[in-house]
Each structure stands twice: as C-alpha cells, then as structure tokens.
Design a protein around this ligand. Structure first.
Ligand code: NAD
Ligand code: UDP
Length: 313
C-alpha cells in the first residue's frame, strides 16, 4: 500500500473523476470529491459514499476553496462540446478562475497539483500525430474556443505558478476518453453511437465520417494520471495521455453496429464548425517517462461500455 494521502479531486463526480475517485479510495487514500454537478452526478460516486475515506463537497471551482490536502487533481470542467458550449462564459471561467483558485490552494498548502488539459489545445492540428512541442491551431473566436482557449490559459497559469512560485505541477493533455459512466445524453461520439445503436435509432455521423479520433479506455487513462502524479518532481509535462490507435468516425460507427448487432442506418449531418479533422497522440514521452501506454484495445473497451449502457439506459 502506498502512503496514505489527502487528495482533492475537482470534478470528481464526473465521468473520469468518478473512476479516479474509486481508484484512489481503493488504494486507501482520503479523497475529497468536489463538484457542482453541472455534468457530474451523485450516482457516479454513489458506491463510494459509504466509505469513510471518501468525502463529497458541493462547490464551484470558480470560487476560492479552503481545505488541507497533499495532492489536487483538477478535473472540473464540462468536456463534451454540447455542454461546454451551453454556457461558454462559464466554461472559460471554470478553466481560468478554477485554475487560479486551485493553484492558490496548492500554493498555500504546498500540495502537488495535476491539471487535466486536453488535446483540444492543438485545435485542428497541422502536425500529425501530435507531439507535446506542437503549439496548435486553435481558432480563438470560434464556438470551441471557450474550452480550447480556457484550457490553454490554464496551462499558462500552471507553468507561471511553477516558475514564479515553485509549485509542483503535473499537466496532462488528455485525448478522447470513453467508458462506463459517460452520460447517455452528453453528445460525445462514443456514447451517442452506442446509445443510438442500442435503441435501434439511426447513427448520426457528422460530416462524411472521414475525420479521425483516437479513443482511450478510462481505466488506462486513470493509470496514466496516477503515474504522472507519482512521477519525479521534474516531470511536469505537458504530456499526452491517450490511445494512439486512430479510427475514422465511420469506422467507429461500423464497429459499434457490429458489436451491438443493431440494424441502425447511418445518417449524415453537417460537420460542426471547427471540428478537428484528425487527432492522434504521439505518446513517446509518456512511454519514456511514465512507462505508460494503453493496454485496452478499442473492441475490448467498447464491450465494457456497451454492457454499461445496456443497463443504464
Ligand atoms: P465530465 O463533464 O463528466 O466531468 C467534469 C466534471 O466537472 C463534472 O462532474 C462537472 O459537474 C464538474 N464541473 C464542471 N464545472 C464545474 C465547476 N465550475 N465547479 C465544480 N465542478 C465543475 O467530463 P470528463 O470527461 O470526466 O472530463 C474530466 C476532465 O478531463 C475535464 O477537465 C476535461 O476537460 C478533461 N478531458 C476529458 C476528455 C475526455 O475525452 N473525456 C478529453 C480531454 C480532456
Ligand atoms: N460525432 C459524430 N456524431 C455524433 C457525435 C460526434 O459524427 O453523434 C463526431 C464529431 O463531429 C467529431 C467526433 O465525432 O468529429 C468526436 O466528437 P466528440 O464530441 O466525441 O469529441 P471531440 O470533437 O471533442 O473530439
């Protein structure tokens, strides 16, 4: 058993946060799960509520917070385009004010702090696959900018607090991640396709389906988070965490249809504005510095996710 730590997870009742909470509570740590329930739910962490090491706190990261902790995982932020575009000003505030508040907390307590950044900092990339030194191609005034630029500014804050105040930071750039506890209505491609297939509804492909994404199963991602947090102090990132297997959206649709046995038809809808055409992580840095790479292939992960949605919807 690793030494017991007091760990704050912001956005802990969300999809990834709930899996991370489960992992850290199981390891015997004291976990404070903070959330404002914008996209997260109490159901996601219901099994943990009985555990005395787990504490739930309703709070919005755009307001200051006073707790005593050893580590902070900052995940609070809606991640699905329909949710982060619902109230774009609040999305930017969550990333930027949230980062300032959590960095301030880390400065006062001396806690190590992890930022869940995103492959969206690369925008619609002109370098493929994306390496961490690629500076990105983001439209600063488009509909995705509240999320992309908010996350970019949060990275800036993390690095300035590191240089200026010597904070111990860990910045992960997460690529598309999926698994149980995604919301059926969250609009992301994996949840949409599975839910549509299970309901026998048409599968909605935006554009011609030739755009690519790389899908990481949530357990693999959480392992990467913990390895990054536990890595040497000079391993501050940014580091890409994702699965380098790259699929077109049409291939994903066909795989989901095959695996669910659905007879859904494919319907084509317009590609949303600024939708990146390709995305695939170069994970050489994570392999070298964290000895981490995904172990769960897309079919395996989809099997678990389909089983979850078959129960949940
Ligand atoms: P999610 O929407 O399920 O989780 C986000 C959580 O943050 C939710 O529980 C939500 O209620 C909470 N939240 C939002 N605004 C808040 C605020 N102001 N104060 C407190 N809590 C707030 O999404 P997720 O997929 O679990 O994403 C978690 C993190 O990982 C996010 O920061 C996201 O940007 C990042 N990320 C996720 C992916 C992915 O594919 N899932 C990819 C890249 C980055
Ligand atoms: N997408 C799609 N049909 C859907 C939902 C999404 O074709 O029902 C496409 C979307 O346009 C994008 C890709 O799938 O090209 C991934 O979308 P998602 O919202 O999951 O994540 P992101 O665009 O942030 O990578």
């Amino acid at each position: 058993m690793p030494p017991r730590k007091r760990i704050l997870i912001t956005g802990g009742a969300g999809f990834i946060g709930s899996h991370l909470s489960e992992r850290l509570v199981t390891e015997g740590h004291d976990v404070i799960c903070l959330d404002n329930y914008f996209t997260g739910t109490k159901d996601n962490i219901a099994p943990l509520l009985e555990n005395p090491n787990f504490e739930l706190m309703r709070h919005d990261v755009t307001f200051p917070l006073y707790v005593e902790v050893d580590e902070i995982y900052n995940l609070a932020c809606p991640a699905s385009p329909i949710h982060y575009q619902y109230d774009p000003v609040q999305t930017t505030k969550t990333s930027v004010h949230g980062a300032i508040n959590m960095l301030g907390l880390a400065k006062r307590t001396g806690a190590k702090i992890f930022q869940s950044s995103t492959s969206e900092v690369y925008g619609d990339p002109t370098v493929h696959p994306q390496t961490e030194d690629y500076r990105g191609n983001v439209n600063p005034i488009g509909p995705r900018a509240c999320y992309d630029e908010g996350k970019r500014c949060a990275e800036t804050l993390f690095f300035d607090y590191h240089r200026q105040h010597k904070l111990k930071i860990k910045v992960a750039r997460i690529f598309n991640t999926y698994g149980p506890r995604m919301r059926p209505d969250d609009g992301r491609v994996v949840s949409n396709f599975i839910v549509q297939a299970l309901r026998g509804e048409p599968i909605t492909i935006y554009g011609d389906g030739s755009q690519t994404r790389s899908f990481c199963y949530v357990d693999d991602l959480v392992e990467g988070f913990v390895r990054l947090m536990d890595s040497a102090d000079d391993m501050i990132g940014p580091v890409n965490l994702g699965n380098p297997g790259e699929f077109t959206i049409k291939q994903l649709a066909e795989l989901v249809i095959k695996m669910t046995g659905a007879n859904s038809e494919l319907v084509y809808e317009p590609l949303p504005e600024d939708d990146p055409l390709q995305r695939c992580p170069d994970i050489s840095l994570a392999i070298e510095k964290l000895d981490w790479q995904p172990t769960i292939q897309l079919e395996q992960g989809l099997e678990k996710t389909i089983a979850y949605f078959a129960e949940a919807i």
